[in-house]
Design a binder for this molecule. Structure first.
Ligand SMILES: Nc1nc2c(ncn2[C@@H]2O[C@H](COP(=O)(O)OP(=O)(O)OP(=O)(O)O)[C@@H](O)[C@H]2O)c(=O)[nH]1
Ligand SMILES: [Mg+2]
Length: 352
């Protein structure tokens, strides 16, 4: 296995290498817990049913995602014993953005919890700032009541074991997820958002935009993965998110159907003609979508009848937001990824 090395403690060489690397999301957990399914559904648009035919992962699968921000997703084989001394921890956890631990909630989860705790206790000695995101997964098969019980039980087990081992207030966050609904996208959105250094600036900008235009909820989406990288800070309403996410599909489908080419689409700066669209639903809710650049689009839900009338105001404010967004991201967008495929798959390749 390529990440194998001779010593368990991080080496100086590996440390300097890691500083230049892109943030990395590690998908870990026991076998068949659903790691590859999550990566395939979120980043490769695989229909959830087709994950039934996924084979067990035998080598670390490394995906490089080129988007508004470049990052990597490493999908681990469930049986890999990466805590053994033959693995260099720095190679695995060095440029870590997040450790996503997937637990199959339909299965006996005691083993998964024990292994997660072992991992946390080992890794936090070297990387105390590590963010641990626990996906309590496959909850589609559980009743609402059983779901809540399972959630509480897992949270309790993990925090009890960690505090018994002397690790209080571990930075562990929990999500109920399933590939059969939007929960896994929502959870991944939250995980990715923690990697964005300018998140609070973006949220403030979206809050201002929403207030000025009378939007009920606004999301800034990554178009291909449909992860939202920021939203206004009003409470999240799952149905709003689902509606906005579906609307992106409609627009992408229409664009593709009519071969709407985007030769002048750029990751930053002045854009050509953006896709813009709105629809009014049976309950008078309006969804408004405006493409921001090559990767991102802004989707808003408008329920206030007065706000819907003021199309000019919405246009003007959205343009101003687009300019501000450009400014916020201009540094990270300096390196134009135009010529690279958006998602490249390099299974088991050593990290460059
Ligand atoms: N019901 C349900 N099944 C799921 C979900 N996610 C994944 N699965 C199923 O779980 C099985 C195992 O999924 P994988 O993604 O291959 O699991 P893995 O964690 O990558 O397994 P290894 O590669 O062996 O470590 C597949 O049959 C998936 O269809 C989910 O959210 N709900
Ligand atoms: Mg797998």
């Amino acid at each position: 296995m390529e990440v194998a090395n001779q010593s368990a403690a991080p080496s100086a060489h590996a440390k300097s290498k890691a500083q230049n690397a892109k943030p990395r999301l590690l998908l870990m957990g026991l076998r068949r817990s659903g790691k590859s399914s999550i990566a395939s559904v979120v980043f490769h648009k695989m229909p959830p049913n087709e994950t039934l035919f996924l084979e067990s992962t035998t080598r670390i699968q490394k995906d490089s995602i080129h988007s508004f921000m470049d990052f990597q997703v490493w999908d681990f084989p469930g049986q890999l014993e990466y805590l053994e001394p033959s693995f260099d921890l720095e190679d695995i956890f060095g440029s870590l953005g997040a450790l996503v631990w997937v637990i199959d909630a339909q299965d006996d989860y005691l083993d998964a919890v024990a292994r997660l705790n072992r991992t946390i206790l080992t890794v936090q000695q070297y990387y105390p700032n590590i963010n641990i995101e626990v996906f309590i997964h496959k909850v589609d098969g559980l009743s609402d009541e059983y779901r809540t019980d399972t959630f509480q039980d897992i949270v309790q087990l993990i925090s009890d074991e960690l505090s018994d081992a002397g690790y209080e207030n571990a930075p562990v966050h929990y999500y109920l997820t399933s590939i059969y609904d939007y929960s896994v996208f929502e959870a991944f959105s939250k995980v990715i958002q923690k990697l964005i250094p300018n998140l609070s600036t973006l949220e403030n900008l979206i809050n201002t935009l929403s207030n000025n235009c009378g939007f009920e909820k606004t999301y800034l989406f990554d178009v291909l993965s449909k992860i939202y990288i920021a939203s206004d800070t009003r409470p999240v309403d799952m149905s709003c998110y689902e509606m906005c996410s579906d609307y992106i599909d409609v627009i992408v489908d229409i664009s593709e159907l009519y071969s709407w080419d985007h030769p002048d689409r750029k990751p930053r700066g002045e854009q050509g003609q953006e896709a813009e669209s709105h629809v009014v639903l049976h309950d008078e809710t309006m969804i408004h979508l405006l493409e921001m650049n090559k990767y991102l689009c802004l989707v808003s839900v408008i329920r206030n009848p007065e706000a819907k009338e003021k199309k000019g105001l919405i246009d003007m404010n959205c343009r101003t937001f687009q300019e501000a967004l450009n400014d916020v991201f201009s540094r990270s967008w300096e390196q134009d990824q135009d010529h690279e495929p958006r998602i490249t798959k390099a299974s088991g390749q050593p990290d460059e």
